[in-house]
Ligand binder design. Structure first.
Ligand code: AMP
Length: 439
């Protein structure tokens, strides 16, 4: 049985944060343990360019995210681990998919629509400040997924629409060019939380409210101290519902620890104490990984080598052969395979074509017919004095009345009478089928 392919990517536009860890890295590495899966982990650096015009940041983020995956235990021998921009077949496939993607569908993509809505609210032109990368990135994401025929893509709820788009583009391509793509399924794990950030909104690079996963201990403590809370004093009952502090704790704690924390909220724990407990809980999980991370960050050349090796193997076994097939499917083909006269390929195409009679008047004023199959002339008549004579002869031949001693037509160059008989039989069968259809 073939393995289920699971694909996970992280955009390299910032420092990995607790949300990336809880929402993507930790569950992805946990699922990698299963025997029947093949995992694809990648650094989405082309995606980073949509939002980040700071080259140093993209480079730094790529290193940080790669080091994070490795520090968290990604085994590069057993899983695919690569950088998107090391696989040129991905942007190549993006273009092939762009040409089947409905623009109307892209108009409705959440990220683009949100930008348009913001512009409208501010009385700006719909597309003010919107680059085409933002508009097109669902297509790039579809290429990320479809190029490796990933079966499952674990994502947050906000990404469901993009997986549906990938299915849509894949389906359209398959419809036009044959079955090339597996249609991916979205995987939403209800046990995986969406982490809030310092201000209570979703933790996100875009909101600048993140807690870096590997912030040094002191900085982690300081950041946690800055998490937004209400102004209830120690001794006052606190609500767990809607508390970013509580949600963060829950993402790192066991059920029992979470229940005890909820009880402490009910008992009126002070916010300072609650923050201290959260800090200790997170640090307990992160500290051993942080050490590995720091060691890896000190050896960027080694990480570069790991990524290049992953991409090179993946290209050789998957991406390059896939694009060879896809290029051919859409017609981007080697011109030397184009048939010229007498070419075998063309002959095969001709053999597949239905035979047809063509009647015409030549320069000598006489009326002719020929039986052709594709580009090949099977029979060529002599000249008749009237179109009626030629037509009657054609009608007789169509009835199978060729006549053994027929002298009013010649076989085409290199054509055998067996071929003509087979072509005529096909012709008669097709004509009968047509009549049957009409009746
Ligand atoms: P991004 O950095 O937006 O490319 O996100 C990479 C991965 O991290 C995606 O699978 C996201 O679902 C996940 N992720 C990002 N932010 C959060 C968050 N606040 N809570 C949970 N998961 C998140």
């Amino acid at each position: 049985m073939s393995k289920t392919r699971i694909l996970t990517g992280i955009t390299t536009s910032g420092t990995p944060h607790l949300g990336n860890y809880v929402g993507a890295i930790r569950p992805a590495l946990a699922s990698a343990q299963a025997a029947d899966v093949e995992n694809f982990y990648f650094l989405a650096d082309f995606h980073a360019l949509v939002k980040c015009g700071d080259p140093a940041r993209v480079q730094r983020s790529t290193l940080e995210i790669a080091a994070t995956w490795l520090a968290c235990g990604l085994d590069v021998e057993k899983n695919w681990f690569y950088r998107q921009s090391d696989i040129p077949e991905i942007p190549e496939l993006t273009w092939l998919l762009t040409c089947v993607a409905g623009k109307g569908l892209l108009n409705r993509a959440h990220a683009y629509k949100a930008a348009v809505d913001r512009n409208r609210a501010e009385g700006e032109d719909d597309d003010a400040g919107v680059n085409a990368g933002l508009f097109m990135y669902p297509v790039l994401m579809a290429a990320d997924i479809l190029i490796f025929n990933a079966n499952k893509v674990p994502v947050g709820r906000d990404q469901i629409q993009h997986i549906e788009m990938a299915r849509d583009f894949g389906q359209r391509f398959n419809h036009l060019y044959g079955e090339h793509f597996v249609l991916p399924e979205v995987v939403i794990d209800d046990n995986v939380a969406t982490l809030p950030g310092l201000d209570g909104r979703k933790m996100s690079k875009s909101y600048d409210n993140t807690i870096p996963l590997f912030a040094p201990r002191n900085e982690l403590k300081k950041l946690i101290a800055g998490i937004l809370t209400d102004s209830r004093a120690p001794g006052e009952r606190k609500d767990t519902e809607g508390s970013a502090l509580f949600q963060l704790y829950q993402a790192f704690a066991s059920k029992e620890e979470t229940a005890a924390f909820a009880q402490a909220f009910a008992d009126g724990i002070g916010w300072g104490d609650a923050k201290h407990k959260l800090f200790e809980r997170i640090d307990a999980e992160v500290a051993p990984l942080r050490e590995k991370y720091e060691a890896l960050m000190a050896k960027p050349a080694e990480i570069e080598a790991v990524l290049r090796d992953g991409a090179a193997r993946l290209r050789a076994t998957h991406a390059t052969p896939t694009l060879v097939r896809l290029r051919s499917a859409v017609g981007l083909r080697d011109l030397s395979t184009v048939a010229v006269d007498g070419d075998k390929t063309e002959a095969k195409k001709d053999a597949d074509a239905l035979p047809a009679f063509k009647q015409y008047r030549d320069a000598d004023g006489k009326f002719y017919f020929k039986l052709v199959q594709g580009e090949r002339v099977l029979l060529q008549s002599v000249g008749f004095d009237s179109p009626r004579d030629a037509g009657q002869r054609v009608a007789a031949i169509k009835q199978g009345e060729v006549g053994d001693d027929a002298s009013d037509f010649l076989l085409g160059e290199g054509v055998t009478s067996a071929e003509v008989n087979a072509a005529l039989a096909a012709f008669v069968a097709a004509a009968l089928e047509g009549e049957g259809g009409k009746a």
